[in-house]
Design a protein around this ligand. Structure first.
Ligand code: P6P
Length: 327
């Protein structure tokens, strides 16, 4: 079954928002991005663009190209009232030539792009909200994660996959490059409550808060440090790849608060990384927290606001939250 047929059947079954048309635009953009990423080397699309985004991060040529693909692919059909992206300082106004629709689409067009030059998996993350009006400004995007209508990601890896939720579970679709269809291959994805695998950038260890130091130390010591099992560690530096692995076999992903840059509450952005991934993780039976609060309930204060992220297998994330809150 193709993702569009799946979405139509979901909409008939559960009612609610009809985002089938918007999903057609999103999936078409992801197919184009998959091609751009795959052929980057042939068309001089690798390497730095020589510019910085609002995050102060050096933009890859593909950051800009994929942002253009996603923006142009979702502006014309009359499904969106406004767009916002990691790669654009301010919200994108739908040109007057096009009709405006009900939804706000927020996205990171190429998450993990620092990996693209070394052929490690990257992805697109997107989140769909309802727009309060047809000429939205930045504050209209600042909605808590629980307001999301849909969240999803495309993973450009050994195969291209689309994983999404509309609040009725999580389903995964694999791109059939012969037909161009995203075919349902991973129905009802669920995260195991227990795991022996954690993911964190250990080079930041000296900047972590004590609860994270304690948890990671216990994982590293395993049975020699009081835990009932030994642990394995991963760090891909591509959130989409880490979350996908956790959806497939469990695990914990942490980009916690650290004191590396006291002006930043974490590295990951709430609107187009933390919230959509939290919606997916929760719908798959996992937990997603800052360590002290459920991410999906936070009231965003800025389009590019950063938050600490600890997500994955329920029993391990609950343990980490307990270390933070003393419960
Ligand atoms: P670091 C990619 O830039 C990203 O936003 C996430 O996809 C990834 O998990 C994280 O940053 C990697 O950060 O500090 O390890 O390079």
């Amino acid at each position: 079954m193709d993702v569009i047929q799946f979405m139509q059947e979901e909409q008939r079954k559960h009612g609610g928002h009809d985002i089938v048309g918007l999903m057609e635009n999103i999936t078409a953009a992801c197919r184009k991005i998959a091609t751009a990423v795959n052929r980057g080397a042939f068309v001089g699309m690798m390497g730095s663009a020589g510019s910085e985004n609002i995050q102060g991060e050096t933009q890859k040529k593909l950051d800009i190209v994929t942002n253009d693909i996603f923006t142009e692919g979702n502006q014309w059909a009359g499904h969106c009232a406004g767009l916002a992206s990691e790669e654009m300082d301010d919200p994108y106004e739908i040109p007057n030539a096009y009709p405006r629709g009900k939804y706000l689409l927020v996205y990171d067009p190429l998450d993990g792009s620092s990996n693209v030059d070394v052929n490690i998996s990257v992805g697109t993350i997107f989140s769909i909200l309802v727009s309060p009006n047809d000429k939205p400004v930045a504050k209209d995007f600042l909605q808590a994660g629980v307001k999301q209508v849909c969240a999803g990601y495309a993973l450009y890896g050994s195969s291209t996959m689309l994983v999404l939720t509309t609040g009725h579970g999580v389903n995964g679709f694999t791109l059939d490059t012969n037909t161009g269809e995203f075919v349902l291959t991973n129905p009802n994805m669920m995260i195991p409550a227990d795991t022996a695998e954690f993911a964190i950038n250990a080079s930041n260890r000296r900047f972590w808060e004590e609860p994270v130091q304690r948890y990671v130390e216990e994982c590293v010591k395993g049975k020699d440090g009081g835990r009932e099992k030994n642990f394995n560690m991963r760090w891909v530096a591509s959130m989409v790849a880490e979350v996908h692995r956790i959806l497939c076999r469990g695990g914990v992903f942490m980009y916690p608060f650290d004191t590396k840059d006291p002006t930043k509450a974490g590295k990951l952005r709430i609107m187009y990384e933390a919230n959509p991934m939290s919606f997916i993780v929760e719908q798959a039976g996992g937990v997603s927290s800052t360590g002290r609060a459920r991410i999906m309930e936070l009231q965003p204060e800025g389009l590019h606001q950063r938050v600490p992220v600890i997500l994955g297998s329920k029993n391990e994330v609950d343990r980490i939250v307990g270390y933070h809150t003393g419960k």
